[in-house]
Design a protein around this ligand. Structure first.
Ligand code: EPU
Length: 355
């Protein structure tokens, strides 16, 4: 069999490939459309001894400069039911499939379970990287396994959930391989397919306040999966900017966790602090509330702004001709971190990858 051809594009604009709409360029970019062409690229030696940057939907990155690493843009398609057990449907998505399209398709096919994560921007291959989550459900709750290829050897491998190191917006794919224990897989693995175990005995997950409000408003306490999906879409559209209209990368900071004592100390000074107890005994704080309390909602630095309806989201106030720069976004992010630190003694951690 002949090797698939490898076409490296030079000096490619990444503006349409990152949801912030930042106008950076890639020195070299290779589109990966299937497993075989990824393996052929490894075998050709093209990837050897150089830094690689894996680009999915570009919905969780801030580009602060042109990218000198070789960009591997993943566009592997495909959605299919690949198996079933007594309790689950096993459904697979190619790494390049749009996440929301996949969620809608699974629900339409009668395989529910992903509806609380509707409308999260990005592609299926990126979903495990930061263990996406919303409205009480995280990817790891529905994850079966993923296939990837080793970018040094070209060998395919499969990881189960317990091998992915999932945490809050975290996984092994976010961490560089650390010698001598090579735990991290960042830049080392290219995810090609993700499989989900979707429950045959589905019950809606309605614990979040925003969803309880929908139950109360509609009087429907036993919604169908499609109804939950529609509710989540409505909630997100009401308070999060559509990246096709206003550039953004979703939540810009992680929600911090504190000890019970630290939380009590802050509440002593800030009685309205929004806080949620976690199963492990720690307390989660709402970064959006902390930023809002510091007066940042609706403010801007240059073309980088804080979204009016949700202070956790930083937005591009420019346009395609004059877009925000990654530098402006990071200047705003640092100013926010400083305010929050000075008032609450907490250092917010950015959620997107700063490139
Ligand atoms: N709040 C404010 N002012 C603001 C923003 C929020 O007071 O400007 C308050 C809200 O009223 C609420 C609390 O902060 O009491 C939390 O806000 P919200 O329910 O909107 O959720 P979040 O913690 O800001 C997280 C995820 C979102 C996810 C939602 C729903 C993170 C970093 N973000 O946001 O995920 O959609 O919960 O589950 O965990 C993303 O990761 O990109 C993302 C959008």
């Amino acid at each position: 069999m002949s090797e698939p051809s490898i076409l490296v594009q030079k000096n490619v604009s990444l503006q349409a490939f990152n949801t912030f709409g930042i106008a950076a360029r890639a020195r070299e970019l290779l589109v990966i459309r299937d497993v075989e062409s990824a393996q052929a690229a490894v075998r050709s030696g093209l990837l050897r001894d150089r830094s690689l940057f894996i680009l999915g939907g570009g919905s969780n990155i801030v580009l602060t400069a042109d990218v000198s690493a070789l960009v591997l843009k993943v566009e592997i398609p495909g959605m299919a039911l690949v198996g079933e057990t007594d309790r689950h449907w096993i459904v697979a998505a190619g790494a390049g499939v749009d996440w929301h399209e996949f969620v809608c398709w699974t629900v339409a096919q009668g395989w529910p379970g992903l509806e609380n994560m509707a409308l999260i921007p990005g592609v299926c291959g990126a979903a495990p990287v930061q263990n996406i989550g919303a409205y009480g459900v995280e990817l790891q709750d529905r994850f079966e396994a993923l296939d990837a290829i080793d970018l040094q050897t070209g060998e395919p491998f499969t990881l189960r959930a317990d091998q992915c190191g999932f945490g809050y917006r975290d996984s092994v794919f976010k961490h560089a391989p650390a010698a001598p224990l090579a735990m991290g897989l960042k830049g080392r693995a290219l995810i090609t397919q993700v499989r989900f175990a979707l429950p045959k005995r589905w019950v809606p997950e309605l614990g979040y306040l925003d969803l309880q409000k929908q139950v109360a408003a509609t009087g429907i306490d036993k919604p169908t999966p499609q109804q939950v999906l529609d509710w989540v879409v409505g909630i997100r559209q009401a308070k999060l900017p559509d990246p096709k209209v206003i550039g953004n990368a979703g939540s810009f900071f992680k929600n911090p966790t504190v000890s019970v004592e630290q939380c009590a100390d802050i509440i002593g000074r800030e009685p309205n602090l929004v806080h949620y107890p976690l199963p492990d005994g720690r307390i989660k704080l709402a970064a959006g509330w902390l930023i809002d309390a510091c007066g940042w909602r609706g403010k801007s630095i240059g073309l980088a702004g804080v979204y009016e309806k949700q202070a956790l989201v930083l937005v591009n106030r420019g346009n395609a001709q004059q877009a925000v720069t990654g530098g402006e976004v990071m200047t705003l992010a640092k100013a926010i971190q400083t305010s929050v630190f000075e008032r609450f003694g907490l250092m917010l951690e950015p959620e997107p990858e700063v490139v």
